[in-house]
Design a protein around this ligand. Structure first.
Ligand code: HEC
Length: 482
């Protein structure tokens, strides 16, 4: 009996989790993108053992999902407000159940460091463009001063394009000048001069704007930024247009800061090289007429009726501080099943993203897209800007509300549903995604073909746009010939 006890104690010291080998990969792969010096999460740097050790209980709270989940999803970190069991979207940020358990177990076992030489290397975080060398760069005309007063600051800036003809773009990429300060950004175009009066009224550079651009004379959304979300070029010959003689308006949300800082952000423009006729279109589902009485929850439900076949690409649910939850789904005439698009159980104004499905979604003529937002205009809502709660209507101010959902889509073409919207930087044949090519990939591929399941472009080994036994043959050949 004694022996067994000794053995167990011995084993648990030998096999206890340690920071270097077990925990540093979890933190460096999922947290330090934001939680290190000079980044949006710099108030809580997690870039070495000491910093993680000192904050281990705070981290446990944030990742375990035992909090109230009232902010940016549940668990609250990494920030990903969308419900991952409802739909699968690109660029989801989350820790797996195993990773969460390892961290909690490590804390329980005494949070040992282990051998520092075995620590996982911090990833190389890219600086500058994630896409390549831009064709054109537009920078803010002057540095913007952000006061260190722990307040949010919402600001619009106007950038002159000088374009005398329409330009087709592959991407607009927003590059924050100050990563600690810039929380998110949105870019649209407007006819030259549209914002002159707004700029003239405001003594500082740019003009004040919270939930809009101060004008409705704007183009579709052309780009945006949120920490952790990478910019990409439009895939598969798609493009957007910047109209001739227009200026770009960049709306930036600066997060609260404790010290005075400045920002000099810029926009990289990538033109579309090859000519194309597939313009990304935008349909905004909007309700201007809702009324939110004080001291109650109100549901607003809008429907987009689709009159021709389309392929859905992206969506961006948007409300202000009374927003509580969102659900967006599609119904088609051809299938009894609902297509779940996105559910945000705990809306958070601070974390807004353009959300993309993994593949384009074909919505045939006669489909309906339903968007439902619930607003909490009670004093239980800690974000309620009014105390006591007041009647609230549509508007662009902090105390107003919005129901606003832009959708991006193109006219349907056969095969669209196979167009992958994520990064095409995959290793052909790496079916299980472990960055190696070996027999395990053959097993996974055979399994997928026999039993179905989620396929990625890496599975189409022979590049014929369909996934079948011919891909297995090509893959086996690739592995055998090294
Ligand atoms: C995309 C950027 C980003 C990533 C990735 C991220 N965080 Fe955060 N985190 C933030 C920001 C910004 C805040 C503070 C503002 C807020 O809460 O929205 C924050 C807040 C926190 C807090 C305080 C939460 C509270 O409410 O008290 C903890 C703890 C934390 N993060 C830990 C983590 C850990 C651990 C990870 C990785 C598993 C992680 N974060 C990943 C940006 C990020």
């Amino acid at each position: 009996m004694m022996n067994i006890l000794c053995m167990t104690l011995l084993m648990s010291t030998v096999f206890a989790l340690n920071y270097s080998e077990d925990i540093s990969p979890i933190i460096y792969d999922n947290c330090t993108l934001c939680h290190r010096e000079g980044e949006i999460g710099a108030f809580l740097p997690l870039a070495n053992y000491q910093e993680v050790f000192e904050n281990r209980y705070w981290i446990s709270y944030a990742i375990s999902g035992n909090g109230d989940g009232s902010r940016h999803g549940n668990p609250i970190m990494p920030p990903w407000p969308a419900d991952r069991s409802y739909s699968t979207l690109l660029d989801e940020m989350y820790l797996s159940e195993d990773e969460i358990h390892s961290f909690l177990e490590w804390v329980d076992e005494g949070a040992m460091q282990g051998d520092p030489a075995l620590e996982y290397p911090m990833p190389d975080y890219p600086t500058g463009s994630a896409i390549g060398v831009p064709d054109m760069v537009l920078e803010l005309e002057e540095s913007y001063f952000i006061e260190g007063n722990f307040q949010d600051d919402y600001r619009c800036f106007v950038l002159e394009t000088g374009f005398t003809e329409d330009k087709d773009i592959a991407a607009l990429e927003f590059i924050p000048g100050n990563l600690e300060a810039v929380h998110h950004a949105l870019i649209v175009a407007a006819p030259q001069g549209t914002t002159d009066a707004l700029e003239a009224e405001d003594p500082e550079y740019g003009y004040d704007c919270f939930g809009g651009f101060g004008t409705f004379n704007i183009s579709d959304f052309l780009g945006g930024y949120a920490p952790g979300v990478r910019s990409r070029e439009w895939p598969a010959g798609l493009t957007q247009k910047i109209p001739a003689n227009s200026e770009l308006i960049v709306q930036i949300h600066y997060a609260p800061l404790g010290t005075d800082q400045t920002d000099l952000s810029s926009v990289n423009i990538f033109f579309k090289e090859e000519p194309t006729q597939r313009y990304v279109q935008e349909r905004v589902l909007i309700n201007f007429t809702f009324q939110l009485p004080p001291n109650q929850l109100t549901e607003v439900h809008e429907v987009w009726n689709i009159y021709q076949d389309i392929s859905l690409i992206q969506f961006l649910p948007h409300s202000h501080l009374l927003g509580k939850s969102w659900e967006i789904f599609a119904l088609t005439p051809t299938s009894p099943d609902t297509i779940p698009l996105i559910k945000i159980p705990q809306w958070d104004f601070d974390w807004q993203f353009w959300y993309s499905p993994e593949y384009m979604i074909h919505l045939p003529q006669g489909s309906e897209v339903h968007a439902i937002c619930t607003y909490d205009n009670t004093s239980n809502n800690p974000d309620n800007p009014n105390n006591p709660p007041q009647w609230t209507f549509w508007g662009e101010g902090t105390e107003d509300e919005m129901f606003f959902v832009p959708f991006r889509y193109v006219d349907y073409e056969p095969g669209d549903e196979n167009i992958y919207l994520g990064d095409l930087e995959y290793i052909l044949g790496d079916v299980n995604g472990d960055t190696l090519l070996n027999i395990l990939d053959v097993v996974s591929l055979v399994n997928l073909i026999l039993n179905g399941g989620e396929t990625t472009p890496a599975c189409d080994v022979n590049g014929d746009d369909s996934i079948n036994v011919l891909d297995v043959v090509t893959l086996v050949n690739m592995i055998l010939s090294g």
